[in-house]
Design a protein around this ligand. Structure first.
Ligand code: BG6
Length: 465
């Protein structure tokens, strides 16, 4: 069976169309794709609940109204005209033929499974049994599996009907403009690229902080937790973008392989290199088990075993119910060992900072002289706060859906990368490390301080730019 990698998809089938992700991300992305002339095909929204097309369209309208002042227009009309709802019982293979009936002429459907990971195998198998795998692609939300063994088993099971080049594993961080820019920035600015290595870099840290808790998503989150939800995938891929060897071939092609190679060099995380936290009152959230030990915060020390990075302290910190919503990668350079010129100057390490969300920013920390007689200095930051052309920027789900329709897997996690992510976090999944309480709107349990790089956790609130 071949995936016809170069063929453009001719129908889009979306599982999970009544879910939160569809409402927040997928429907607005569909409209943007129609607006940009990239989605001229039938779109079938699939769900378990019976729903009329009108009810679906009303939900799409509500979703788009939440992101746009004027939701209706020519593109909106075109989108709802293309969009139909089909009810399928995921446990009953026979009901999958309804999808085939809805797209009788499609030769190359793209099936996007925006459902919890424990459904992927069954949905993949039932689609194949209904004759819907031939010439098709399967786009799967994350997490892909629950641990290393289940991810390997899932890959094996899917491969019975889906060749690897037909499987598109979503990591929406790879679709972010700010993340794509990291590789570009490095390649286009050799002065920084040259310094990104042991001997020049004092430490690297990545923070993904979210002010919100998990209300409304407990059913998904309590079985998953922070490490599976965002470290195994988003954080490790982000670290790979920052630390991989840049491909020598131009364009996108080598980036996916370069990220995978880097991930293969990260050592499995040791239990002593992890602090897990659970926000106070988490167990009272509707849908959370009363004795839940799921982490809503994690701090981890990561080691890259390569000549370029061996010995550089690297730390990742992720959490819900944090003081602020911000995702940033911070590289601190080593400071001059002695006094600057003829005066002793206490100066903070200067840095390179990539803000990934909620907005775009790149900050370059520099030491500059204070005004006055003395040769003493202070840290200042040069800050770029907008992507050069905001109008041309795409939201991740528009970019990723468009790429999957075109059969371009560059911005999707490869099987190697996904399995490498699991191999790295596998030793610290579950309750190997006890979960510690922390108060909402704080930076996690105080014990997280023990895993900070030698120059401390950076406070993105204080240095917001
Ligand atoms: C998702 C996680 O993948 O990413 C969520 O499941 C998290 O828990 C979200 O909130 C964050 O995405 P973004 O793009 O808002 O940083």
């Amino acid at each position: 069976m071949s995936s016809s990698a170069a063929e453009r998809s001719d129908a889009l089938v979306i599982f999970g169309a009544t879910g939160d992700l569809a409402f927040k991300q997928i429907f607005p992305a569909l409209l943007a794709l129609v607006e940009h002339g990239r989605l001229d095909m039938p779109i079938i929204a699939v769900g378990r609940k019976p729903l009329t097309d009108d009810a679906l369209h009303a939900r799409v309208h509500e979703s788009i109204a939440a992101t746009k002042a004027k939701p209706r227009g020519k593109s909106y009309d075109a989108l709802v005209h293309q969009l139909r709802y089909v009810t399928v019982d995921f446990d009953d293979a026979k009901t999958f033929s309804r999808i085939r009936d809805a797209i009788p002429d499609s030769q190359h459907p793209l099936h996007y499974v925006a459902l919890p990971p424990d459904t992927f195998q069954q949905v993949g198998a039932h689609l194949a049994a209904a004759g819907l795998a031939r010439g098709a692609r399967l786009m799967l939300e994350k997490p892909f599996g629950h641990d290393l063994a289940s991810a390997q088993a899932l890959s094996r099971a899917l491969h019975e009907s889906w060749p690897e080049d037909a499987i598109f594993r979503v990591d929406h961080y790879l679709g972010k403009e700010a993340v794509e820019n990291i590789a570009y920035f490095r390649a286009a600015n050799p002065v920084f690229e040259h310094a990104l290595r042991v001997g020049q870099v004092a430490s690297i840290q990545i923070t993904m902080a979210e002010e919100l808790g998990i209300d409304g998503r407990a059913g998904f989150y309590d079985a998953v937790g922070a490490i599976r939800d965002v470290v195994q995938n988003h954080m490790l891929e982000l670290l790979a973008c920052l630390t991989m060897e840049l491909p020598t071939t131009p364009g996108h092609a080598g980036l996916r392989a370069a990220r995978s190679l880097l991930l293969a060099q990260i050592a499995p995380i040791l239990p002593t290199d992890v602090v897990r936290g659970q926000v106070a009152e988490y167990r009272e959230v509707k849908g959370v088990a009363q004795d839940s030990t799921t982490e809503t915060f994690a701090a981890l020390r990561v080691r890259i075993d390569s000549d370029r990075w061996r010995g550089v302290p690297i730390a990742i910190r992720v959490g819900k119910s944090m003081p602020v919503t911000i995702t940033e990668a911070l590289v601190r350079w080593r400071v001059p060992a002695g006094p600057v010129l003829d005066e002793t100057t206490a100066h903070a390490p200067d840095h390179l900072r990539f803000r990934i969300g909620p907005d775009f920013a790149i900050g370059v920390g520099v030491n500059v002289k204070r005004g006055g007689e003395a040769m003493t200095g202070e840290l200042a930051e040069l800050m770029l706060t907008h992507p050069p052309d905001p109008a041309a920027s795409m939201q991740p789900y528009e970019r990723l859906l468009g790429d999957a329709i075109d059969g371009d897997a560059t911005l999707f996690a490869s099987e190697d990368a996904s399995l490498a992510g699991w191999r790295i976090v596998d030793p610290v999944l579950g309750n190997v490390v006890p979960v510690l309480r922390y108060a909402a709107a704080t930076w996690g349990p105080p014990e997280a301080a023990t895993l900070a790089p030698p120059d401390g956790w950076h406070d993105p609130v204080k240095t917001k730019g």
